[in-house]
Design a protein. Structure first.
Length: 165
């Protein structure tokens, strides 16, 4: 098999697995600690408004629901996770696929929290790093924990993909 194709397939699988880890972590927090997970459907609503030229909302939660927003949100969530994994492997190099290490994956996962802090929260009407949310500290810590879980997922699925290929 073409080496580039194999690297691409591995990286996509790692991205999907890391995003799944993010979601499983959110479920654990929900059922063990009654911490509400992120509403991925709201991401879909945000995307659904983009073709109309609306990228920023005063309060996206109060915006009119859009058809298929949940499907679009969940698809985007996994696509973004996969794109993050591609970025990660591009930055650390393909050797990481042969010898996955936790620290680079965890650090990268933590850095990805900048996406919601700097892009999504302001666009949703929550302000920079959820400053306008009802509990900014809780929102920030939850985002940071979720993205650290994503980083752990990069590592865990890096190990898994290495074992099966």
């Amino acid at each position: 098999m073409n080496e580039l194709l194999l690297i691409s397939i591995k990286t996509i699988l790692i991205g999907l697995g890391a995003t799944l880890t993010f979601d499983l972590w959110a479920l654990l927090l929900k059922y063990a600690f009654n911490i509400a997970p992120s509403d991925i459907c709201v991401v879909g609503r945000w995307i659904c408004y983009m073709p109309a030229g609306i990228f920023r909302h005063a309060n996206l939660r109060t915006a009119t629901l859009r058809s298929s927003e949940c499907l679009i949100g969940w698809s985007a969530h996994y696509l973004i996770g996969t794109m993050f994994a591609i970025t990660f492997v591009t930055l650390v190099g393909e050797n990481w696929l042969h010898q996955p290490k936790l620290l680079p994956a965890l650090l990268f996962g933590v850095v990805t929290v900048l996406a919601p802090f700097l892009i999504m929260h302001p666009a949703f009407g929550l302000g920079l790093a959820a400053a306008k949310s009802p509990n900014p500290t809780q929102a920030r810590v939850r985002s940071l924990m979720n993205h650290a879980a994503f980083g752990c997922g990069l590592y865990l699925f890096g190990l898994l993909v290495k074992q099966v290929t």
